[in-house]
Design a protein around this ligand. Structure first.
Ligand code: CAA
Length: 257
């Protein structure tokens, strides 16, 4: 891996992926995104990993897709390269994925953070879709996810003006889970990931899938999906253990079976 750093057990059952093109503010070139896709796929299959934290550095989570790499391309080149197809793996990741964001989260960087399940932001984080300023528009989910998170009026203003919002504004409007001092943002993400990693991996996976359905399907279908997955947790030993532990007033031990 050239552009990302992967630590499989950064904390017990929690993996860390760090975007690592600091000089380019972690601009997301094709190779970086392919590496990210492969790393997520591998961690998703690793039974020792129960949650994943994705981060950049203090100055930048990511300043967007690599403009230099895209600059000379035609529409047909872009169709052939289909660069956002590598992004599908992020959405397909079954384990909880938490973005720890500091500094710039712009364009594809904002979209990458929003594709994660939760966002812990540092006080210095700024979120924006500045593509309009370089004559394009968001291409990796920005118009959809920002609109669902912030509502039409705010998303429209951000997408059409390219102006960013601060971490505090993002928190106020529900785009991020919480804002913490910059030196604590990664630790706070680990804390959240660690809390989830203690719970049943089976139930966590099904619950994540169900919450995502709220975004992706009509309510009726989402409710049906959720109910089916709830019933399905009863096929796991973790459900038996979790409920037995509650009744016996002890801590459960979850094994992912
Ligand atoms: N692509 C390629 N290189 C980038 C980049 C990007 N998105 N963002 C920053 N860089 C590079 C700069 O070119 C510069 O490299 P050099 O030193 O070789 O010139 C280096 O990173 C540092 O950047 P700056 O000198 O510009 O740093 P700054 O502090 O003055 O400004 C910034 C920071 C405001 C984030 C500015 O870099 C910027 O505006 N970046 C582009 C943001 C952007 O437009 N993102 C959207 C990209 S398109 C997209 O993402 C499409 C999509 O939907 C996926």
């Amino acid at each position: 891996m050239e552009f990302i750093l992967v630590t499989q057990q950064a904390r017990p059952h929690v993996a860390l992926i760090q975007l690592n093109r600091p000089k380019e503010l972690n601009a997301l070139n094709l190779q970086l995104m392919a590496e990210l896709r492969d790393a997520l796929k591998e961690l998703d299959q690793n039974e020792e990993v129960r949650a994943i934290v994705l981060t950049g550095n203090e100055r930048a989570f990511a300043a967007g897709a690599d403009i230099k790499q895209m600059a000379g391309k035609t529409a047909i080149d872009m169709l052939h390269i289909d660069q956002f197809s590598t992004w599908d793996q992020i959405k397909k990741t079954k384990k909880p994925l938490i973005a720890a964001v500091s500094g710039f989260a712009l364009g594809g960087g904002c979209e990458l953070a929003m594709t994660c399940d939760m966002i812990i932001a540092s006080e210095t984080a700024q979120f924006g879709q500045p593509e309009i300023k370089i004559g394009v528009m968001p291409g990796a989910g920005g118009t959809q996810r920002l609109t669902r998170a912030l509502g039409k009026a705010r998303a429209m203003e951000m997408v059409l003006t390219g102006k960013s919002i601060s971490a505090r504004e993002a928190e106020k409007h529900g785009l991020v889970n919480r804002v913490v001092p910059v030196e604590l943002h990664l630790e706070e993400a680990f804390k959240l990931a660690g809390e989830i990693a203690q719970l049943s991996p089976v139930a966590v996976k099904l619950a994540k899938e169900s919450v995502n359905r709220a975004f992706e399907a009509h309510l009726e279908e989402g409710l049906h999906f959720e109910r089916k997955n709830f019933y399905l947790t009863f096929a796991s030993e973790d459900q038996t253990e979790g409920m037995a532990a509650f009744v016996e007033k002890r801590q459960p031990v979850f094994k992912g079976r």
